[in-house]
Design a protein around this ligand. Structure first.
Ligand code: AMP
Length: 421
């Protein structure tokens, strides 16, 4: 199967080719024909599945015909980073067409956004707050919207955007195509989908579970030793790009400083940073200036960086959903990755929830020759499920070719010790 079968306009095909896409991902194969036929869509898919192209490509096909320089497509996303990512993809795919896009989000000056809208665009990728602001000012005309996309609807709900979303949708033409994407379907989201979708076709990609290409491991560790363990792991593990998650902005900041002092090429990404600094951090991480990004959940939402070899949960996430989203950053587009989760004795309930919901066992590991002091990692988080026996095989090679920098640790690298349950 390839992209030829969709009969896209030659100018869009050129964009697909330039992006290096040859084979559609499962969500693209399923969703593109549905969107091309004009149906509403309920897409149950997590990040990393290729959902951006699944909605953008058929949208561009529609926009090739019809009036130019009026807003015909509105894409609403929870974060600026995700908005930027969709905008970039839109630029890449539409480069041979006359279609124009712009972003609308807060934290940056309004003026360039108003100027872009004034010049005329067909696609607006927006976060709810600034969009409402511009709607209030009369700087954006949404009366000609033909397609509305809500991306990561569950995240928007988590971030408290549902009332804003409802206000925005009230002002859109009712005759339109609506594409609704969410990784999970809690009740509020189900209700919203029911009210705004018209006879939708549902496309579900996999269960709501992390990509299969990721191997998961749990490192029991006391709080006081986490930083040392992180340093030891970074030294001994063959890593490519590493994404470290912390629960708080402050910890992201201080941990990044600590790692930088030790010579790592590292940057933080957290909500207290100005938008321009955040973008610099993401760009630097994407283009290889930094090997390690230390981020909070919200800040890392939607960053589109391929070739992340390791996601390290310095703090265990608060919800299973957050775990899935974090882990979705690695193993993207068929690459393999490893997810390491540091867990303290207090985290036992969360560990159990993750394992139960994802129907997977996080393999317990201890780092050999690491001084755990009085703490015995092997007595923590004993798994009762028989599934836990499945993953007792040899350490998985982390990455093949494509490393941006040589392995740290080289011959010092040691296998992890697996627990015997
Ligand atoms: P998304 O889920 O849209 O964020 O996409 C995840 C990653 O997969 C992005 O880096 C995309 O550029 C990449 N990707 C999406 N579709 C394809 C495809 N058909 N072939 C290769 N890479 C893809």
């Amino acid at each position: 199967m390839n992209f030829e079968q969709f009969s896209f306009d030659a100018r869009i095909k050129a964009g697909i080719k330039a992006a290096g896409y040859v084979t559609p991902t499962p969500i693209q194969a399923k969703a593109i024909p549905i969107v091309l036929q004009g149906h509403d869509l309920l897409g149950l898919a997590q990040t990393g599945t290729g959902k951006t192209a699944a909605f953008l490509l058929p949208i561009l096909q529609r926009l090739i015909r019809g009036p130019l320089r009026q807003v015909r497509v509105l894409i609403i996303t929870p974060t600026r980073e995700l908005a930027e990512q969709i905008y970039q993809a839109s630029l890449d795919f539409s480069r041979k067409t006359k279609i124009r896009s712009t972003t609308v989000y807060g934290g940056v000056s309004k003026r360039p956004q108003e100027a872009a809208l004034h010049r005329g665009v067909e696609i607006v990728v927006a976060c709810p707050g600034r969009l409402l602001d511009l709607m209030g000012d009369g700087s954006i005309n949404l009366s000609q919207i033909e397609v509305l996309v809500l991306d990561e609807a569950d995240r928007m709900c988590d971030m408290g955007f549902l009332p804003d979303i409802r206000r925005i949708i009230k002002q859109l033409p009712t005759k339109r195509q609506t594409l609704f994407f969410s990784a999970t379907m809690p009740n509020d989201i189900r209700k919203l989908a029911d009210t705004i979708l018209n006879d939708p076709v549902t496309v579900q990609i996999g269960r709501i579970a992390p990509a299969q290409t990721v191997s998961h491991a749990l490192f029991p560790v006391p709080k006081t030793l986490r930083k040392k363990l992180l340093l030891a792991l970074l030294q001994r593990t063959a890593t490519g790009r590493v994404l470290v998650f912390t629960r708080t902005k402050r910890r992201a900041h201080t941990l990044a400083l600590d790692l930088a002092k030790r010579g790592y090429r590292v940057i933080a990404l957290q909500g207290n940073m100005r938008q321009s600094r955040r973008q610099q951090a993401i760009d630097g991480y994407r283009n290889g200036k930094y090997d390690i990004l230390v981020a909070t959940d919200i800040a890392a939402r939607g960053i589109d960086v391929t070739e992340i070899s390791h996601v390290i949960n310095f703090d265990i996430p608060d919800t299973v959903d957050a775990y899935t989203h974090r882990i979705g950053r690695t193993g993207r587009a068929e690459q393999t990755g490893e997810a390491f989760t540091f867990a303290m004795p207090d985290d036992a309930d969360m560990v159990r929830d993750i394992e139960k919901t994802l129907k997977t066992n996080l393999e317990r590991r201890r780092l050999p020759d690491f001084d755990y002091g009085d703490f015995n990692p092997e007595t923590q988080f004993q798994s009762k499920s028989p599934q836990s026996k499945q993953k007792q095989n040899a350490p998985k090679a982390t990455r093949g070719s494509g490393h941006k920098r040589p392995y740290r640790g080289g011959s010092k690298r040691k296998p992890y010790r697996r627990f015997k349950n």
